[in-house]
Design a protein around this ligand. Structure first.
Ligand SMILES: NC(=O)c1ccc[n+]([C@@H]2O[C@H](COP(=O)([O-])OP(=O)(O)OC[C@H]3O[C@@H](n4cnc5c(N)ncnc54)[C@H](OP(=O)(O)O)[C@@H]3O)[C@@H](O)[C@H]2O)c1
Length: 251
């Protein structure tokens, strides 16, 4: 019996990187996966991969930073599916390191909006679709625990992810009585195309050499943690941050 048979899972940022890995795994476990992202080509590609594996998926091309688009897409999902069982939010990240004295208000707002604001307002729309049961998982980051001791870190991103780790606790308390668990997975530097573009292959290898496991983190490492948190075995876990960072930071 597949663990997520009959479930509907909404995965934002599911066309690439860690979110893509989770979309494939959830579909393989029997969930109907709704994949949200902006660009059509990667979306179409992941849907095709899921269908080749025998899974079910629907693509939604949406910019979650545009609030009206966010409202419209969740209304559409509500009309199509009625109930949603799993919400996994992967939209986030940053494009480049900017020296602190050069960070503009636009850049500051952009990073917080991409990483934190989208998560809050998407959750506000999803919870009423959960009908007194459900699993919510967000992506925090090693950066949300403080500056990485072994690598260059980006303050606005770290602040947004610290906010995410705290938001999880508030939401877990608020929605616990509705049978909804709310948790967070915090990856260390992971070899996704976006992060390879920022740090380079060698930069990622150098970072891995400085972590206790000397392991180059892959999207599947964090995907495995997400899969556990949405599984029946994790029914008693809520309000936590699960680090997947090869031991780079332990707390
Ligand atoms: N990779 C790491 O080292 C690492 C470490 C710690 C935490 N994390 C966190 O893990 C999450 C995933 O990271 P990743 O490296 O896997 O990211 P990624 O490869 O850049 O993937 C991001 C996904 O989000 C979508 N997306 C981006 N902006 C969007 C928007 N405004 N509206 C809708 N969709 C949007 C992207 O598709 P489109 O571009 O087509 O929209 C893509 O599907 C992020 O929250 C990141 O902060 C990653």
């Amino acid at each position: 019996m597949k663990k997520l048979a009959g479930k509907v899972a909404v995965i934002t940022g599911g066309s690439q990187g860690i979110g893509r890995s989770v979309a494939l795994k959830m579909a393989q476990e029997g969930a109907h996966v709704c994949v949200l992202a902006r660009n059509l080509d990667p979306l179409a590609q992941v849907i095709q991969e899921i269908e080749v594996l025998g899974g079910k998926a629907t693509a939604y091309a949406v910019d979650l930073q545009a609030h009206q688009e966010l409202e419209n897409v969740f209304q559409q999902i509500a009309q199509q599916f009625g109930q949603v069982d799993i919400f996994a939010h992967f939209v986030g990240g940053f494009k480049k390191f900017i020296p602190l004295e050069e960070i503009t208000q636009t850049e500051w707002n952009e990073v917080l909006q991409l990483n934190l604001t989208t998560a809050f307002f998407a959750t506000q729309k999803i919870v009423p679709m959960m009908n007194n049961q459900g699993r919510i998982v967000y992506m925090g980051s090693i950066a949300g625990l403080g500056p990485n001791p072994n690598a260059k870190s980006y303050l606005p991103y770290g602040v947004a992810k610290a906010g995410m780790i705290t938001m999880v606790k508030y939401l877990a308390k608020e929605y616990g009585a509705q049978g909804i668990t709310v948790n967070c997975v915090s990856p260390g530097t992971t070899a996704t195309p976006r992060v390879i573009a920022i740090r380079g292959e060698q930069g990622i290898q150098d970072l891995a050499n400085s972590n206790p496991l000397q392991h180059v983190l892959q999207p599947e490492d964090s995907a495995a943690a997400v899969m556990f948190l949405v599984s029946p075995e994790a029914a008693g876990i809520t309000g936590i941050n699960m680090n997947v960072n090869a031991g780079s930071v332990m707390n």
